[in-house]
Design a protein around this ligand. Structure first.
Ligand SMILES: Nc1ncnc2c1ncn2[C@@H]1O[C@H](COP(=O)(O)OP(=O)(O)OP(=O)(O)O)[C@@H](O)[C@H]1O
Ligand SMILES: [Mg+2]
Length: 313
């Protein structure tokens, strides 16, 4: 079983709008409201693929109830701490005509010190009462929360015997990586942030990952590079998985789906090659549809069969 931590989840609204434009009235042909947040997406895909995941974090207000009700409806196990302020709303506009994705993400509610303390107590309790194979810290921090907290969360999980995963950005990524997590999953932009230089090719990404993996004493540097696939880098091995070619509707949450597929395959004892295939299958299957992580097993497997893994070292 895995635990995902999402401190700044959201009500995720996706609008499908052909020919979306500013300064005009836009009417969606489809509207989708779901529970959102990176850790929730990971838990969703993990659960849909037949694994056991528990999602924790902070939820508040009406939007918090919407998220909780949606999670219960989907059968995603969750245990969130309630906060007084309203959980945020994140809006995505997908325009299939111009093939654009526009996102409007609220920054999220402020969280008080006592609420954060309550979360840490709940987190400690969850770690003590379960035996998680993996604890994944996913997504951003609520405004005003020191990035140092990510380190504490990861270290506490490590002390409880879990493997730790960090999928974040900005200060939370910069600080979290100092805890030496088992696996870090930056996308191209996040890798550039950590490395401080542009990533123009898979080869440059490989160089950056090699350097950063050593610098931060991370076991696995897993860089996802959108349609260019992903790199798995450890001290001894380097693999590249090519992304299956699909008709892309929205690649938002493809990274979360990739991570879920990878963790599930590894938990089942699959080889790294097979885990990367399932991961790329989940990432591509997610990109084919609307919404974050609503792929089904058959599509994931179909896409996984097309994923090609090559050993680089
Ligand atoms: N256009 C695409 N076609 C096929 N597969 C894709 C495409 N985009 C992404 N993927 C798959 O999903 C993986 C993750 O994508 P990406 O690097 O965009 O993640 P991300 O930016 O972390 O996404 P998010 O944070 O929204 O979940 C890629 O490594 C690839 O395997
Ligand atoms: Mg990502």
């Amino acid at each position: 079983m895995i635990l995902t931590v999402t401190l700044n989840p959201c009500v995720d609204k996706t609008y499908l709008i052909e020919d979306f434009a500013i300064h005009k009235l836009n009417r969606p042909s489809q509207a989708l409201t779901v529970a959102g947040g990176k850790g929730l997406n990971v838990a969703r895909v993990y659960t849909r693929l037949g694994g056991k995941a528990l999602a924790t974090g902070l939820l508040g207000g009406y939007n918090g109830h919407i998220v909780q009700t949606a999670l219960a409806g989907e059968g995603i196990a969750h245990d969130f701490v309630e906060i007084s302020k309203e959980t945020r709303i994140c809006i995505k506009v997908v325009d299939p005509l111009h093939k654009t994705e526009t996102e409007i993400n609220e920054i999220g509610p402020p969280v008080s010190e006592s609420e954060m303390l309550r979360f840490m107590e709940r987190f400690e309790w969850l770690l003590a009462s379960h035996s998680f194979a993996v604890v994944a810290f996913c997504g951003s921090l609520p405004p005003g929360i020191e990035a140092d907290l990510v380190k504490t969360i990861l270290r506490n999980a490590q002390q409880a015997g879990a493997k730790t995963v960090l999928d974040s950005s900005g200060a939370a990524l910069q600080e979290g990586v100092l805890a030496g997590p088992w696996l870090v999953k930056p996308n191209r932009v996040e890798l550039e942030e950590l490395w401080g230089h542009p990533i123009s090719s898979v080869e440059t990404a490989r160089r950056a990952a090699t350097e950063l993996r050593k610098r931060y004493e991370v076991d696995v540097f897993l860089c996802t590079l959108g349609a260019e696939g992903a790199l798995w880098m450890t001290e001894k091995e380097a693999y590249h998985v090519k992304a299956p070619q699909v008709n892309v509707m929205s690649a938002v949450a493809s990274g979360d789906s990739f991570l879920a597929g990878l963790l599930l395959a590894l938990e089942k004892g699959d080889s790294v090659e097979n885990a990367l295939r399932l991961a790329a299958g989940a990432g591509a299957a997610n990109a084919e549809g609307l919404g974050a992580g609503f792929c089904n097993v058959a599509t994931v497997q179909r896409c996984a069969e097309q994923a090609q893994v090559s050993r680089l070292a």
